[in-house]
Design a protein around this ligand. Structure first.
Ligand SMILES: NC(=O)c1ccc[n+]([C@@H]2O[C@H](COP(=O)([O-])OP(=O)(O)OC[C@H]3O[C@@H](n4cnc5c(N)ncnc54)[C@H](O)[C@@H]3O)[C@@H](O)[C@H]2O)c1
Length: 272
């Protein structure tokens, strides 16, 4: 069966860079008309031009996820232009260096940082679903894909606001799947591990990246296309009976014993 999204209309938030960019490219490559929605409109423009140059259908629309009026305007313009919305990929999150750097110890948490994480990452996704779902209901169904994070299901030393806002994405996913399933709307979440974006490289540095990579079961770092592949599966009919699922696409980093990496080192040392 060929994966085809011909005739489908998709919105991808945060598609002006990195993971969202790869997802928009892959959905467009499968034939969907893709609306690239981002606060970074220059990035969205660049990606849209590339998709169009490759023969795909791409359109841009500015989006500020913290403002319901902005979400309403995006969804309204998409509905007006295409007459339907079939796929919503809630990919955007506030991962700016200043936001993530300020999201450190819970003992020193600035409530503005906490609120910002939820306003963009969680409330923004909810608003997108609230306004897009009526179009899906009218079209007879749809697929919603929320991008979560591996850190949503684990305790960590950094970024508690971000992680908790992503934990809420998992709960939102299951609630949307339950509430909208009878309208033939599926809702799933994809959880990346560490995808080496330029920001991740800046924030972490090579020593920390190596520490994380020791725990990836597969022998390479993750690239944005790893997330895009799962997104395409969930958006297409291949995933037509999958809903309410929280799917890790992380090379197995959260699915092994806590002593896995140390054990590999110990075994290597005993062989030496
Ligand atoms: N890169 C990773 O290692 C990693 C790991 C786990 C989860 N994720 C998740 O994957 C998704 C994409 O991550 P990425 O690394 O590509 O991030 P990124 O920062 O490169 O891209 C995020 C995009 O969202 C947009 N955005 C931010 N705030 C917005 C707002 N208020 N309104 C509209 N758009 C806004 C940005 O402009 C940007 O284009 C995010 O949800 C992130 O939390 C990433």
């Amino acid at each position: 069966m060929k994966v085809s999204l011909e005739g489908k209309v998709a919105i991808v938030t945060g598609s002006g860079a990195n993971i969202g960019e790869a997802c928009a490219r892959m959905l467009a490559g499968a034939g969907a008309s893709v609306v690239l929605a981002d606060i970074n409109i220059e990035g969205a423009q660049r990606v849209a031009e590339d998709i169009q140059a490759a023969g795909g259908q791409a359109f841009i629309h500015t989006l500020e996820l913290t403002e319901e009026a902005s979400v309403r305007a995006l969804i309204g313009a998409t509905g007006e232009r295409f007459g339907r919305i079939d796929i919503l990929h809630n990919n955007a999150a506030d991962t700016r260096l200043e936001q993530m750097a300020a999201d450190g110890s819970i003992l020193e948490m600035d409530v503005a940082v906490w609120d910002r994480a939820f306003a963009v990452n969680t409330r923004g996704a909810m608003l997108m679903i609230k306004h897009a779902a009526p179009h899906m209901i009218a079209a007879g169904g749809g697929s919603i894909i929320n991008t979560g994070s591996g850190v949503a299901i684990l305790g960590d030393l950094f970024n508690p606001a971000y992680s908790t806002s992503k934990g809420a994405i998992n709960t939102l996913t299951r609630n949307v799947a339950a509430q909208l399933g009878r309208h033939n709307i599926r809702c799933n979440a994809v959880l990346p591990g560490l995808v080496l974006s330029p920001l991740a490289r800046t924030m972490m540095g090579s020593r920390q990246i190596d520490l994380v990579q020791r725990h990836v079961l597969l022998p390479r770092p993750s690239v944005p296309e790893d997330i895009a592949g799962v997104t395409l599966f969930l958006a297409s009919d291949l995933g037509s009976f999958v809903t309410g699922q929280i799917i890790s696409a992380d090379g197995g980093i959260v699915h092994h014993t806590p002593y896995y990496a140390d054990m590999i080192d110990a075994m290597a040392a005993s062989e030496a």
